[in-house]
Design a binder for this molecule. Sequence first.
Ligand code: GLC
Length: 730
Amino acid sequence: MFTYQIEDNVVIIDFKTFKGYIRVITPSIINIADKSEIPSFAVENKDFPNCTFDVIKEKDSLLIRTNSLIVKVSDNFKVDFYNLKNEEICIDYLSENKKHLIEVTKKLKDDECIYGLGDKISFLNKRGYDYINWNTDDPSPHLETYKSLYKSIPFIICFNKKLIYGIFFDNHYKTFFDLGKTHPDYYSFGADEGHLNYYFIYGNNFTEVVKGYTFLTGRAPLPQLWTLGAHQSRWSYFTEEEVRDIANNYRKHQIPLDCIHIDIDYMDKYKVFTISNERFPTFKKMVDDLNNQGIKAVTIIDPGVKVEEGYGVYEEGIKEGYFATYGGETYVNAVWPGDSVFPSFISEKVRNWWKSKTKFLTDLGIRGIWDDMNEPASFKGPLPDDVVFPGDDRDYLHKEIHNVYGHLMAKATYDGLKEYDKKRPFVITRACYSGTQKYSIVWTGDNTSIWTHLQFQIPQLCTLGISGFPYCGTDIGGFGGDTNKELLIRWVEASCFVPFFRNHTANGTRRQEPWQFDDETLNIYRKYVVLRYSFIPYLYDLAYEIEKSGAPILRPLAFHYQDDVKTHNLNDQYLVGESILVAPIVNQGQRARMVYLPQGEWIDYWSKKVHKGDQYIIKDAPLDTLPIFIKNNSIIVQDPPYDYLDPKLRKELIIDIYGDKAKYYHYLDDGESFDYKDGKYQVYLFEVRNSVLTIERLRNNNIHYDRFIIRYKDQEFIIEDINTKTEIKL
Ligand code: GLC
C-alpha cells in the first residue's frame, strides 16, 4: 500500500520502491510523471494558475477529484480517469509484458477511435497501427507502412460518440505508440529513455481537448496576412532570370501570387548564409523588384554547415565550439554541401549566433525563412546516438535531442526574423516537436506526384491541425516524380482552403507551374487560386481564433460532429472552420463523388441548391469543380479580387449571407505587425435576424473598412462603413 502527500497542486504518492507525481494543471488537465520537475521543450510556460481539488483516501486507492474529473490511483501507479458521472474515460492496464522501459497501457472501448500523432502517413483513425516518433527524412515515396516521418508530435485524441480525451506523452526521446495493434482492446505508449511524463486532457468535445493541448504546448501565433496567399516554389529556380520569369508569368496570367520560395541553389556551394554571385548577381535588386510586384521572397536554409576553410560561418562555429562533436572531434556527416557540421541548437549561445546570421537574409529583403533538413538529415548514415551536442549547462547526446533539433532551429530562426524583419515571423520547418507551432508553420516534406499522396493530404493535414499545427500544407502537385495535368488540377482544388498553399517540386521533375500544361489547366488553376483569395478574410478570422482556442483551420468532420459515427472514419472530406465543407476529388478520372453531409442543412456553393444533412449525396464534379458546401445559416466573409494580399488595399469586405439567421465575428488588423497585441484591431459582429443585418464594431477605435458589399439571396447592397452600428433591412 502507498502513502501520499500534497504539495501545492501535486499529489506525491510513495509506492515504497518509487514515487509517482500527479499534478493537477487545470480541472481537466492532469500530469502523470515519475519525477517532480521534468524539463520540457513543448510546455514552456509552467506558471499554471492554482486550481482546487479534493483528495480522498479509500481502502485501496486514492481519489483526486476536480470539478470535472475523478482520478483514481491504485497500487503500482495504476491511474484511471472517470467523469463526474463516474463513467470510465480512460482506464490503465498494468501489463506484465512491457516492451519498453517506460510504458503505459490503456484500455480501448469497442467503438473508440484514435486520431493524432501529427504528420504520419495514415488515415485519421490510427487504431490498429503502431508508430514511432523519431524525426526521419526518408526520400522514397512515403507509404502507410512508414512508422515515422519528419515530425514528432506524441499527442493522440481518443474518442467515441460520447466521450473524448487526449494524451500527450511529453518525452522527446524516441517514443513508441502501439494503438491497438498488438492487442485490439488496448493501446500503449512508451520509451526506453527519459521519463514517464504524460498529460491527460479531458474535454466535452474536440474543441476543448485541442484547446487543452494547445494551452499546454502553445498556440500558433497570428501569421502575416500574405502568408495565407499563394506560394510558388521549385527546387530550384537556378537563376535570377528564372525567379523573375515566374513572377512575371503569374502576373501575366493574372493568377494571384504572394510569395516565391528560393531553394538551395541560390547559395554558393550550398553554404548556408551565402549567395551565389554567379547565378544571382543582383540578388537584392531581384528581391526588391519582386516586392514591387507585391511578391515576397523566402529562402531555404539548412542546418548543415559546409566544412571549408575560409568560410566564415564554419570558422566562427569551429572557433566558438558551436558544432556537435564525436570522440572529442567536431562531428562531420554529409548534406547538400558535402562534408558538413551541425550547430548545437540546444545551446542558447548557438541559437543566438544562428539568429544573428539570419540578418544576412533579412538585409537582402527576405521575408520568410524555410528551415529544411533539420531532423537532422544526413547522407552518410544516421548520426550515432552518442554524438555530443554541447549545451549551456551540460552536454546532450544526439538520441536525447534528435526529436527537438528542428524545434530548436525553428526557434532560433523565429527569433531572428522577429528581431530583423520586425513583422510576425514567417518560418517554415520540416522537422519539429510538439510546441514548435509557436515558432513555425510546417509542410509535410517530400511527398510524391501520385494520387495516393493527394488522398493522404486530407487526413494528414487534418491531423496536423488537431495536433497543434493549424498552418500546414503539402507540396501541391507533388514533390518527387512527374505530376500530370489532371493530378495538378485536382491537387490545386483540394488545396483551395489549405492554410499553407505552395506548389513545389523536386529537381529534375517535370515543371508544374500553372501555365506548364494547357489553357484548361491554367484556367482551372486560376479559378481556384482566385477562389482561395476570395476566402482569405474567412481564413484570417480562423487564424485569429487559433490564438484563442487552438482550433485548426482544416477540421476532420468528427471535430464538430463527434456524436455522428458516420464522420469518424471520413478521410476524403474536411471542414474549413465550422461553416464550409469541402469534398475534393482525389481519384484519377473521377467526375462525381459521394459526399456525406452531416446534420443540418448544406448549400451547394456552386448551384446554391439546399441539401438536408445526415445523408449521403452524389455530387457531379467535372474537372473544374471542387465540391464545396456552406452550412445553412452562416455568414461567410470574402474579399474582392486581389493579385496579392496587401492589407493597405483592403478597403471593402463582402458579407455573404446564407440562410436567415446567422451570427459572425470578423477580425481586422494591419495584417503584419504585432500592434494587435496592443489592442490595435477591430472585431465586427455581423448578425442576421428577421431580415435585418446588424453590423456592429465591438471595439472603440478607428480601425474599419470603407464599405461592405452585402450579398443576400439574389440581391447585392453596398453600405458605407461609417457608423459603429448599422442596421440594414434585407
Ligand atoms: C529537401 C526538401 C525539399 C527541397 C530539397 C532541396 O528534400 O524537403 O523541399 O526542395 O530538400 O532543398
